[in-house]
Write a new protein. Structure first.
Length: 172
């Protein structure tokens, strides 16, 4: 393990020079982790967030516990009791910029609403039939049984979840 180091920041303005010394550990808190959700660091996605999960719940299950913000798929920051949907971005920030960023996948939620609605079921069905093509996080969210391909079984599971016949997807 690399020990923390001192970071010297120099600022020279005219005849004045200012030196700031910071205790800095470049390896602490630079990635988002969770003991509850599954993070794929290669694909930069986070799964295991159930439909109808609020921002506050997600934040309480992420580390580090500070400097993390969540943005909806349109880029607007979401907070508190707002639902977290597919396509949302979870960002770990510092005063310089973004240290880590994950894209949210909520199985069954292909529209990004944070819930499984009839529109989600219809969209998954249209993708299955080849009428539309889902890509990225939405395509992963459509594969609710994590078989690697969207099948009629995924459509069935999504419909059963929407109708409250099941309360969990095989993927979760």
């Amino acid at each position: 393990m690399v020990p923390p180091c001192l970071l010297l920041l120099y600022h020279i303005s005219g005849e004045e020079a200012k030196v700031t010394i910071l205790n800095y550990d470049p390896f602490v808190g630079t990635i988002i982790t969770s003991s509850k959700y599954k993070i794929d660091s290669n694909k930069k996605i986070i799964t295991g967030i159930e439909p109808s999960t609020k921002v506050i719940t997600v934040l309480n299950n992420l580390m580090p516990s500070e400097n993390i913000k969540i943005y909806n798929k349109n880029g607007g920051e979401i907070t508190g009791n707002t639902l977290v949907g597919t396509g949302a971005k979870i960002k770990l920030l510092n005063n310089i910029g973004v240290l880590d960023e994950l894209t949210v996948v909520v199985y069954g939620d292909v529209t990004g609403s944070g819930e499984v609605t009839l529109l989600d079921v219809t969209t998954i069905y249209q993708h299955y039939r080849g009428k539309i093509k889902l890509t990225g996080a939405e395509a992963i969210a459509a594969d609710v049984d994590q078989s690697g391909i969207v099948t009629l079984l995924d459509v069935t599971y999504a419909y059963q979840y929407y109708r409250k016949k099941i309360n969990k997807f095989p993927a979760n």
